[in-house]
Design a protein around this ligand. Structure first.
Ligand code: 6PG
Length: 472
């Protein structure tokens, strides 16, 4: 049998779909899965009649690949990745290349790149976005590692990736763990947008008494606008229209209101705090998942901690696409992207990643979960100024903020008076209000710090560091 161009380890849904994608694009493949029956099942099923051969063990697998070998690892992030690398390394030779396509912690990837490059093996940490369907039809991919390693797989990746009007949704991201860092931040933005849409749904349901189909009609209107046309709005409409086959009621109303997480949202927030980047909208989305998981406590508190009765407020109407609510959604989505991009800009300089921001916006325009028309504006903004202080300072975004801020304010005030939580909307409002305030009250914080701890302060009217004996 001829040697295969490409190897894949891990026949989960993502792995299966990625290898079918590679094969469809002309790359003969070999596959290996720890449980052999899974490999046999795949080759008898979806892999049948394709240019894909199975391997029974890792030595057999490596032997089936042409050199230099190109192997994509699709196993659970963490210890399993190291275990596969260690077992594989026994059979690899100089110049072979491994790609970790899972959602790995970028710091793990950083050390894996160093460890393997030290053994003359290539290692790419690659974020892959788009879910199962994207993996099959064309994902967005974020590969990081050495440029030489990337060039060795560029033709494979560019053919597998989603295609948009200005090219494939893959590019060389940068050195070390940069590919996984970019994917982590992608997921942080994903958390933000999901929570924003959940808040909009909750307000329409609880304040306006709207049903799934009525809310879905509003999302359909939003999805036809430049500001909100996106994959997540599109699938939210579908979720809201879906009925329970048991009784025909809205299926979402039958789903337990506890949201899980696999780590990337948390890593986004932790990395942001470590690097000094402000990501309050993304943090609010993460924290909302934590609050949601306290289901039994929330039910107990419902009867003791009394809020106001839910009362009406101005969210707009279906004839104006719920205009103030749409303002709140647009600005919160803008804030999620702006905060994610700002985190990447800061990380790029702290970690020496030399990230090319317009290219990151470009490869997110197709294939991935946060794909949206807004990303074209984001790409344009970074093409105009590759290092803007904040996306919100680009002229198109300045216009959006100025037009839509009154609507966001109205929605947050109305939700507060009705006692309905809107963590992403209110964090976004505080973020924008803080950002546009030339003088914040941290002068008083500085005074307190100096008062109890002699931490010193700077003055507005003269240079230097000052201390006052406040309590004497
Ligand atoms: C993607 C997604 C995906 C991610 C899930 C789970 O880009 O295809 O980001 O990679 O793993 O969305 O994320 P949580 O379980 O943490 O919500």
């Amino acid at each position: 049998m001829l040697k295969s161009h490409f190897g894949l380890i891990g026949l989960g849904v993502m792995g299966e779909n990625l290898v079918l994608n590679a094969e469809r694009n002309g790359f003969s493949s070999a596959v290996y899965n720890r449980t052999c029956s899974k490999t046999e099942e795949f080759l008898r099923g979806r892999g049948q009649g394709k240019n894909i051969q199975g391997a029974t063990d890792l030595q057999d697998f490596v032997g089936k690949l042409e050199r230099p070998r190109r192997i994509l690892i699709m196993v659970k992030a963490g210890a399993a990745v190291d275990a596969v690398i260690d077992q594989l390394s026994l059979f690899l030779e100089k110049g072979d290349l491994l790609i970790d396509g899972g959602n790995s912690d970028y710091q793990d990837t950083e050390s894996r790149v160093k460890r393997l490059e030290g053994k003359n093996l290539g290692f790419i940490g690659m974020g892959v976005s788009g879910g199962a369907r994207g993996a099959l039809e064309g994902p967005s991919m974020m590969p990081g590692g050495t440029k030489a390693s990337y060039l060795a797989v560029e033709s494979l990746l560019t053919r597998m990736a989603a295609q948009v009007e200005d090219g494939p949704c893959v590019t060389y991201i940068g050195p070390g763990g940069s590919g996984h860092l970019v994917k982590t931040v992608h997921n942080g933005i994903e958390y933000g947008i999901e929570q924003i849409l959940a808040e909009a749904y909750d307000l329409m349901k609880r304040i306006k008494g709207m049903k799934g189909d009525q809310i879905a009609d509003i999302l359909a209107q939003w999805n036809s606008t430049e500001e909100l046309s996106s994959y997540l709005v599109e699938i939210t409409e579908v979720c809201l229209r879906t009925k329970d086959s048991l009784d025909g009621a809205d299926l979402v109303e039958k789903i337990m209101d506890k949201a899980g997480q696999k780590g990337t949202g948390l890593w986004t927030v932790v990395t942001a705090l470590q690097l000094g980047a402000a990501v309050p909208t993304i943090y609010a989305a993460l924290n909302s998942r934590v609050m949601s998981s306290m289901k039994s406590q929330r039910i107990a508190a419902e009867s003791s901690l009394k809020g106001p009765a839910v009362k009406d407020c101005d969210l707009g109407s279906s004839s104006d696409a719920m205009s103030p609510l749409m303002d709140a959604v647009v600005l919160s989505c803008v804030a999620s992207y702006a905060q994610g991009m700002e985190l990447l800009r800061i990380a790029s300089s702290s970690l020496d990643y030399s990230l090319h921001m317009p290219s990151i916006a470009q490869i997110w325009k197709g294939g991935c979960i946060i794909r949206s028309r807004l990303l074209k504006r984001i790409q344009d903004a970074f093409n105009t100024d590759p290092q803007p202080v904040n996306l919100m300072m680009d002229s198109w975004f300045v216009y959006q903020v100025n037009q839509r801020l009154p609507g966001l304010m109205k929605v947050v005030a109305g939700a507060a008076e009705a006692g309905v939580p809107v963590p992403c909307f209110s964090s976004t409002l505080d973020y924008i209000n803080s950002y546009r305030t030339g003088r914040l009250p941290q002068n008083l914080v500085q005074a307190m710090r100096d008062c109890f701890g002699s931490h010193t302060y700077q003055r507005l009217d003269k240079d230097g560091s000052f201390h006052t004996e406040w309590l004497s």
